[in-house]
Design a protein around this ligand. Structure first.
Ligand code: SF4
Ligand code: SF4
Length: 159
């Protein structure tokens, strides 16, 4: 995957980009990031990728668990023992990856009811984007959209 190879090569440059932003630039970052997010997301077909579903998984909130348990007509307790485990921070995460709800055609079996974290990934349209810069740097290494958004932000802010 070309994007992800480039993301690894540009990791140091991208860290520098965030560390050199002035206070004024940090305040305008959301504007550039949200613009880039809209454009890049519209142009990229996640069904050709599904890397987030294959290599990592979302955190499941209580609301996510209750909603998804209903999809499978099981109790929330059974849903947890079937699919989830507690991580070191005490959050519910998948027992294994790829996500068990990812289908062979890269579609999500529970798309309409998917966890909030899946809906929001890769968070490049988030308010206060600067505050999640470390997460974004990490995400560029596995998510082409995150990588392309950051590339676009750099171009737009430097022009
Ligand atoms: S890793 Fe990023 S580009 Fe790939 S499917 Fe997930 S959100 Fe879409
Ligand atoms: S629930 Fe759906 S969108 Fe979320 S990781 Fe699993 S397959 Fe992907």
């Amino acid at each position: 995957m070309k994007d992800l190879e480039l993301a690894h090569q540009k990791l140091k440059e991208n860290k520098r980009f965030f560390s050199k932003l002035s206070n004024k630039e940090r305040k305008t970052l959301d504007h550039y990031a949200h613009d880039a997010h809209t454009k890049v997301s519209n142009d990229f077909d996640c069904l050709t990728c599904a890397n987030c579903c294959k290599t990592t998984g979302p955190l499941f909130t209580k609301a996510d668990i209750d909603r998804l348990a209903k999809v499978f007509s099981m109790s929330s307790a059974v849903f947890i023992t079937t699919y989830l485990r507690l991580d070191e921070d005490g959050d519910y995460v998948l027992q294994s990856t790829p996500c068990p709800f990812l289908q062979a055609d890269n579609k999500c079996l529970v798309y309409d009811e998917r966890p909030k974290a899946c809906r929001e990934f890769p968070h490049t349209d988030r308010k206060n984007f600067y505050q999640i810069r470390n997460l974004t740097l990490k995400n560029t290494l596995m998510c082409p959209i995150a990588f392309r958004v950051l590339e676009q932000v750099k171009i737009n802010m430097q022009s």
